[in-house]
Each structure stands twice: as structure tokens, then as C-alpha cells.
Design a protein around this ligand. Structure first.
Ligand code: NAD
Length: 333
């Protein structure tokens, strides 16, 4: 299959690209590198460095790469930016999506996988929420994901495309950007490995459903490969297992401590501190992926402990690489 991965240079998208290549598919990426990075991609993968807000640029990409399927990961994904700049959020997440859908359909593409979000659609959920849970988005980002799903349903009715909307829970793993606001695992890994104090918002008793990025990428690839005449199919992708931020920080700290010992670094990784609560943070958000199990045969495979260990190890390798590059830069100055 010829698959165009929008946002393929980003965290989740680049893992989707890797797995699609492993499965023998032909892949191209459309990404403006707003938060993505060319280095996340194998060198031979074509990258169209374009903005999905620009309809003529999107049209030209589909003219050159006539995709059989699109995996749409590109998005403005900061909740707080969506609150500050709802127009920008809608231009990327709604108009950008429409540009991609319009030109995908024009070149005959009939399969579409969309990165949606269980977190922002379902809101407060103390038990794992199923797909029938009414959507109650409160931020512009949540609204734009919800509107995106409505447009997908329009394209299913009007153009006969098959659309799977994967409603992720909290995704973590290698290559997550620690500069964002949502990637708590990436932020804690980066700070703890550098010996900096991490800040837990409020009392830290905020329950989330953490799912490993490799599992999420597999859900994307399986959806692209296996969903037949489904019309519009929303599927939750998560573990349904609750973890609060205090527990998460403790597991990460123990993995980082082990890395410190391997480095021969004296002392202890600093204990996280508690800061003020972040306004609007949900107390609990969990999704049930039972339907993805029935329809795709998808289950999360990487337990949290193992996924966090792999993530810490990846961030440590990235840290060492950055330090040796900056050492070299200093030596050659
Ligand atoms: N990470 C999570 O926990 C999570 C949870 C729910 C949903 N999602 C969704 O998953 C998708 C991927 O998120 P991620 O965590 O990999 O984030 P990311 O920021 O790493 O990936 C987004 C990618 O889209 C690209 N992009 C942004 N604006 C663009 C534009 N205007 N034109 C072209 N490319 C653009 C970025 O450069 C980046 O490579 C997003 O749609 C996000 O909303 C993520």
C-alpha cells in the first residue's frame, strides 16, 4: 500500500512510519516540522515539508504521491495554545484536515486513519470510557478533534471512504517532545536524567491511562491494513489501567536512578516537588479498548514498567548524543 503519513516526522507518526516500512508498505511523509524532526525518519523516506493549512501545497503532494491510504497524525496538539489561539487550532486541525481529505479523495484514496483523543473527547472518566460515551470536549483542541470526526463521517457518506478514528489515551515513549506541555513522561525523563527537579502539578493524584507508542503505532498499521467496509469507525486505544502522576514519577525516578548508577554518578535523582494545580486538569481519564480488541484484534502489549524503562533508556542515549555533539562543537570552536 502507498501510505501518506501526515505528521510523520513527529512522535507517534514516526513510529507509524517505522512499522509501515517493516510491513513492506511504501511511505511518504507530509510534515511542516513545527514540532517534528527530520531525524525521526529514515533518510530514504520522502518528506514533503509543507503545511497542511496550505491547500495548494497539499494538492501538489497528492499529485506527486497518489496515496492509497492516509494516516493523519499532523495536528496542533497543545491544549493551552488552543485556548490562547483557537483560530490557529482550527486552521490546522479542521481546515488542515479538510485540505488533506479533499485531495486524498481527489486522487482516489479511500482509506483514512485519524489520530483522535479519548482524553479530550470524554472528559472526566473514573471507569474506562467506551466509544458510546457522549463527547464533551471543553477546550478548542478537544472541539477540533470532535469536529474532525464529524467531517470524517461526512466524507464517509459523501465519498465512500473508510475512516477509522483512533481515540488515543495518553501516549508515551521514545521520541516524545519534552518541550510540549502534555508529554509528562518525556518531561520527567529529561529533567531527572539531567539531575533537575521535576514538578508535579497539585497533589499529583491525577489518574491517566498511559499507552506505549509502539502499541499505538501498531493500532494505526492494523487499522490501515485490516479495516474493510467499516464506514466510520471510532476506536479507543489505551490500556484502561489507572496510574497517577505520583506513581508515574516514582517508577521513572527508579529507572533514572539505575541509569545514574550505571554512569557512576554519585547522589540521588532529585525527588519531584509539588507545584500549584494546573487549572482545568481532569482528575481521571481512562479509555476502554475492548472494541479495538474485537475488531482489530488489538491489545496493548507493552506493560507500563517495561515501556517506561525503554523510554528512559532512549532519553539517556539521546542525552549522551547531544552532550557529545556539543562537546565536539566546543572543541572545534
Ligand atoms: N501524544 C499523545 O498523548 C496524544 C494523545 C491523543 C491524541 N494525539 C494526537 O496524535 C497525533 C500525533 O501527536 P504526537 O504526540 O505525535 O505529536 P507531535 O507534535 O510529535 O506530532 C505532530 C506532528 O504534526 C506536525 N505538524 C503540526 N502542525 C502541522 C502543520 N500545520 N502541517 C504539517 N504538519 C504539522 C508536527 O511537525 C509533528 O511532526 C496528533 O494528531 C495528536 O493530536 C496524541
Amino acid at each position: 500500500m502507498r501510505v501518506l503519513v501526515t505528521g510523520g516526522a513527529g512522535f507517534i507518526g514516526s513510529h507509524v512510519v517505522d512499522q509501515l516500512l517493516d510491513r513492506g508498505h511504501e511511505v511518504a511523509v507530509l510534515d511542516n516540522l513545527e514540532t517534528g524532526n527530520r531525524n525521526n525518519l529514515p533518510v530514504h523516506v520522502p518528506l514533503y515539508e509543507q503545511d497542511i493549512q496550505d491547500e495548494s501545497a497539499v494538492a501538489a503532494v497528492f499529485d506527486e504521491f497518489a496515496a492509497d491510504a492516509v494516516c493523519h497524525q499532523a495536528a496542533q496538539m497543545s491544549v493551552s495554545r488552543s485556548v490562547r489561539e483557537p483560530g490557529y487550532d482550527a486552521r490546522v486541525n479542521v481546515v488542515g484536515l479538510l485540505n488533506v481529505l479533499t485531495h486524498a479523495v481527489r486522487v482516489g484514496c479511500r482509506k483514512f486513519v485519524f489520530a483522535s483523543s479519548g482524553g479530550v473527547l470524554y472528559g472526566e472518566a473514573t471507569e474506562p470510557a467506551g466509544e458510546a460515551t457522549p463527547a464533551a470536549p471543553i477546550s478548542p483542541y478537544g472541539i477540533s478533534k470532535w469536529v474532525g470526526e464529524q467531517y470524517l463521517q461526512f466524507f464517509v457518506r459523501e465519498h465512500g471512504v473508510q475512516a477509522v478514528s483512533l481515540r488515543y489515551s495518553n501516549v508515551y515513549g521514545p521520541r516524545q517532545n519534552p518541550l510540549g506541555e502534555a508529554g509528562v513522561v518525556a518531561i520527567f525523563c529529561t529533567r531527572m536524567l539531567r539531575g533537575q527537579t521535576s514538578t508535579i502539578n497539585g497533589d499529583g493524584r491525577y489518574i491517566r491511562d498511559y499507552v506505549y507508542v509502539g502499541d499505538v503505532a501498531r493500532a494505526n498499521v492494523t487499522s490501515l491494513e485490516s479495516v474493510g467496509n467499516a464506514g466510520f469507525l471510532p476506536l479507543n486505544i489505551g490500556t484502561g489501567l489507572p496510574t497517577d502522576v505520583n506513581e508515574l514519577a516514582a517508577i521513572l525516578r527508579s529507572h533514572c536512578q539505575r541509569i545514574w548508577q550505571q554512569r557512576g554518578q554519585p547522589g540521588d535523582v532529585p525527588q519531584p516537588e509539588h507545584g500549584p494545580p494546573r487549572p482545568g486538569d481532569l482528575r481521571s481519564n481512562l479509555v476502554s479498548a475492548a472494541k479495538a480488541g474485537q475488531i482489530l484484534g488489538w491489545q496493548p502489549e507493552v506493560p507500563l514498567e517495561q515501556g517506561l524503562r525503554q523510554t528512559v533508556e532512549w532519553f539517556e542515549t539521546a542525552r549522551q548524543r547531544t552532550e557529545s555533539t556539543s562537546d565536539k562543537a566546543i572543541r572545534t570552536e
